[in-house]
Design a protein around this ligand. Structure first.
Ligand code: GLN
Length: 276
């Protein structure tokens, strides 16, 4: 039987060779997933032997990670706004960057707003908003059946009230009017998809591909959102690198108080506009 230290060292070497960026960190998280012990305990007290059954289960997970499967798909969960959301292949993994968008929505709320999250994916934004403002009426939409299912599951898992519906953008929401609409739509230009990190390429193109210039969904949302916003309602959008000016421009016709906010890395990440 290997010791924990040997198993971690071997796994980290294997992951490094496969090009995984944070090999030892990932190895410790995968081993923690197998044994149930916190990763730091495993790293601090590595002289214990690892039972053969655990060693075999660990190796199977390391194999998957060496194939550049995203860590969060293997672990089956990812943190977002202090919540732990279920993840699943076929649905985009929640990103820390998106917390900047969530915060802008929360900052504009007092309690009983009607909120819509378009392209909800795992339900991250809708679930976090519903969790922190339990009296809000929170709706979520996605064109992917797997995403809608997962968003519903995450709402239950986190104890948030979210009405998640299947359909193309506003289609499932008829003539409803919202106080806040948030969205992290697909925004990567189609031509850039092939150059993405291996892990991101294992995520669904449906959640990433923003058309030839990356702006296809913003054009539709900017055009359709005014009919679904209450007077003075806010539209809050996550954006990709270099898109702040273009997306602000798309909002100019129907929105005022247009502003850009950055994420924790200091990159422009959110465009906000208030319905005129
Ligand atoms: N932030 C994601 C990435 O860069 C893209 C998500 C999206 O298109 N909305 O991988």
């Amino acid at each position: 039987m290997p010791t924990i230290r040997e198993a971690l060292r071997r796994a980290a070497a294997r992951l490094t060779a496969a090009g995984v960026p944070e090999a030892l960190n990932d190895a410790a998280l995968l081993l923690s997933h197998v044994t149930g012990e916190p990763p730091l305990n495993l790293r601090a007290d590595g002289s214990r032997e690892l039972p053969a059954k655990d060693a075999a289960a660990f190796e199977a997970l390391v194999d998957r990670r060496a194939g550049r499967e995203p860590l969060q798909y293997i672990l089956g969960e990812a943190p977002f706004m202090g919540l732990l959301l279920k993840t699943a292949p076929g649905v985009l993994i929640p990103r820390f960057d998106t917390e900047a968008l969530c915060q802008q929505a929360l900052d504009r709320m007092t309690g009983d707003e009607r909120v819509l999250d378009l392209c909800t994916g795992t339900g991250a934004l809708a679930v976090a908003i519903g969790k922190y403002f339990p009296r809000a009426r929170v709706f979520a939409g996605d064109i992917s059946p797997r995403a809608v299912e997962l968003a519903r599951e995450n709402a239950v898992r986190c104890g948030a009230q979210v009405d998640a519906r299947l359909g193309d953008l506003f289609a499932p929401f008829g003539g409803d009017a919202f106080d806040i609409i948030v969205s992290n739509p697909p925004y990567i230009p189609t031509g850039d998809l092939a150059g993405l990190q291996e892990e991101v390429k294992k995520e669904p193109a449906l959640a990433l591909d923003g058309g030839p210039d990356g702006l296809a969904l913003y054009r539709r949302i900017a055009a359709e959102a005014p009919a679904h916003l209450a007077p003075g309602g806010w539209l809050l959008l996550e954006i990709g690198s270099g898109q702040a000016a273009d997306v602000s421009g798309l909002l100019a016709a129907n929105f005022e108080e247009i502003s850009v906010y950055s994420d924790l890395n200091g990159l422009d990440r959110v465009v906000a506009g208030r319905k005129k």
